[in-house]
Design a protein around this ligand. Structure first.
Ligand code: MSP
Length: 528
């Protein structure tokens, strides 16, 4: 495999509703990881998109009395719009009604059918008419009955096609045991091992008769059925990565080269869709298609955002969080900073509006924005914005600041390679806090009054500007726009090929002239 590009994907979002904060976090995590890896000199490809088929979309469209495609397209546009507001830069857009994707799904189904991996069988069971699904014992309540939420429950017989999932479960168990890095974080991997130990291996029903669901990809070997939405959706990770591009040439324009991308370095998903979809169905599907063990993707499983009281976000509770409202108040970078700093990758977090206000005022407007402003203003006032790099002065305060920034690239890299963005930000903000203390302790306003301290003043002003430039570089994956604006105010551009891990003190040249300072994070108006 000639993979030379990191391949980062996210779950594709259901288009039966509008994007919420959970969707936004996940896409952002992918965006930040991709941007960081590029800044570290790697090639990276970021794929995201929308899951447009399935019962929920069909039902919502029916309720509105419009065609499912129209409904899916309209909601897809909301996602596209939101990702633009959030400043996401993805390379590939996986929308599952795309003709190439549909054709690839059908080729895969046909291949598995020809290889005897798919068979037809009749299932008799309890069916909820209201929820339009078969029920299992898991759906029974404490009294052993199907509760009223299921509406009328009747016994039904239905023919469908099944994928021989159970046949491959022993392979999956061995694979997972041999590849502890299949799932990140490790505690989620342990959950998978436990689930595989406990669960009975059963085959996967991969069709729905058209009488019950029409909005899906038709099975190539039986026109009376459409593909179960998960089987369709999981395949996006390869169909939009150029899999079978040479054989299936329905709409290949813009598709990447599969050999360059696969296997995915991180399928970024929420904990709710790890078992069974991503950690059981998906590797087994790939295995059955003939992918080798070394060609299996890796999963990066994140936690859930809850409301500020820890309750699950849900439409029925009315506590869903609209990213657009927060972007309006805090800017895209304000929201990006909060989402990335307030959640430890893998764990749950509570979304709290007073915390985001606090982070904006303290970390962003204060520690970063105010520091930049003071630095630029003092240089302007005392030195007409002209930096002197090699003034003949040094002391412990300067050394401490330089050390702190010189240690940052390795510290940030270590955390970012582990997807621990919040720790990387913490490191950067430690250096910024130190920088704020440095201003107080060095007191340039006093030095400016004393001609004998001229060299020291030059050194301090240079240290501040250099620290700001380096901070701008390090925050760029999380806050690209803020980084750009800081560099604009510093009147400086980093060489395009400078790698994150190669940053060393002394990048701003002697004689550099700084630009004008304007507030990065304006004061927030109190909420009505
Ligand atoms: N369409 C499927 C995924 C198919 S991937 C082949 C799906 N869609 S979803 O819209 O329900 O969820 C999309 C992603 O958002 C999932 O990874 C899910 O875990 C994540 N989140 C949904 N709610 C979330 C939170 N409250 N917090 C964090 N992430 C959450 O599942």
């Amino acid at each position: 495999m000639g993979q030379d590009t990191l391949f980062i994907t996210t779950a594709i979002d259901y288009t039966n509703s509008a994007p919420h904060i959970g969707h936004a976090y996940e896409k952002l995590l992918a965006d930040v990881i991709t941007r960081y890896q590029r800044s570290a000199g790697k090639k990276a490809y970021f794929l995201t998109g929308v899951d447009q088929h399935g019962q929920k979309v069909q039902q919502s469209a029916e309720l509105e009395g419009i065609p499912a495609q129209e409904f899916a397209d309209r909601n897809t546009a909301k996602f596209v719009e939101m990702w633009k507001l959030l400043g996401l830069e993805y390379n590939g857009w996986a929308a599952t009604t795309h003709p190439q994707h549909k054709a690839v799904v059908q080729v895969i189904l046909q291949k598995l059918f020809d290889q005897d991996q798919i068979y037809k069988a009749t299932h008799t069971g309890y069916y909820s008419v209201r929820q339009e699904q078969f029920l299992t014992d898991k759906e029974r309540n404490e009294e052993g009955e199907f509760g009223s939420e299921w509406g009328e429950v009747e016994e039904r017989k239905e023919e469908n096609y099944y994928f021989k999932l159970s046949e491959h479960v022993p392979w999956l168990k061995a694979f997972v045991a041999d590849h502890p890095d299949f799932v990140y974080p490790a505690f989620r991997g342990k959950e998978l091992v436990n689930a595989l130990d406990k669960a009975d291996a059963i085959d996967l029903c991969i069709t729905r008769p058209k009488s019950r669901l029409e909005w899906g990809i038709e099975i190539p070997f039986d026109t009376g059925f459409v593909t179960f939405v998960w089987f369709d959706a999981l395949i996006n990770y390869i169909s939009f990565a150029g899999y079978l591009k040479d054989q299936v040439q329905v709409a290949t324009e813009g598709l990447p080269d599969f050999a360059e991308l696969w296997p995915a370095n991180a399928h970024i998903i929420g904990k709710d869709i790890m078992i069974p979809a991503h950690a059981v169905y998906w590797p087994i599907m790939l295995h059955a298609m003939g992918f080798a063990d070394e060609e299996m993707p890796k999963l990066l499983v994140h936690g859930f955002w809850n409301d500020k009281g820890g309750a699950k976000l849900s439409k029925s509770l009315g506590n869903v969080i609209d990213p657009a409202e927060r972007i309006e108040r805090f800017g895209a970078d304000g929201l990006r900073y909060y989402l990335m700093s307030a959640m430890a990758t893998g764990k749950d977090a509570d979304f709290n509006d007073s915390r985001i206000e606090e982070a904006y005022a303290h970390d962003l407007a204060g520690n970063l924005g105010n520091l930049l402003n003071r630095s630029l203003n003092m240089s302007k006032r005392y030195r007409a914005s002209l930096l002197k790099k090699d003034a003949d002065y040094d002391d412990d305060l300067n050394r401490e600041l330089r050390d702190s920034f010189n240690k940052l690239p390795a510290a940030v890299a270590a955390h970012m390679e582990n997807y621990q963005v919040h720790f990387a930000l913490e490191e950067i903000w430690k250096s910024l806090t130190l920088c704020n203390q440095f201003v107080e302790h060095s007191a340039p306003w006093k030095l400016a009054k004393d001609e004998a301290e001229a060299n020291r003043l030059d050194t301090v002003l240079y240290h501040l500007a250099e620290a700001m430039a380096q901070a701008a570089f390090h925050i760029a994956p999380v806050m690209p726009e803020t980084s750009r604006r800081i560099l604009e105010q510093l009147n400086f551009e980093f060489p395009a090929d400078l790698k994150a891990t190669d940053i060393k003190w002394g990048i701003l040249p002697d004689g550099h002239t700084l630009g004008e300072g304007t507030p990065l994070f304006p004061r927030l108006e109190p909420l009505p």
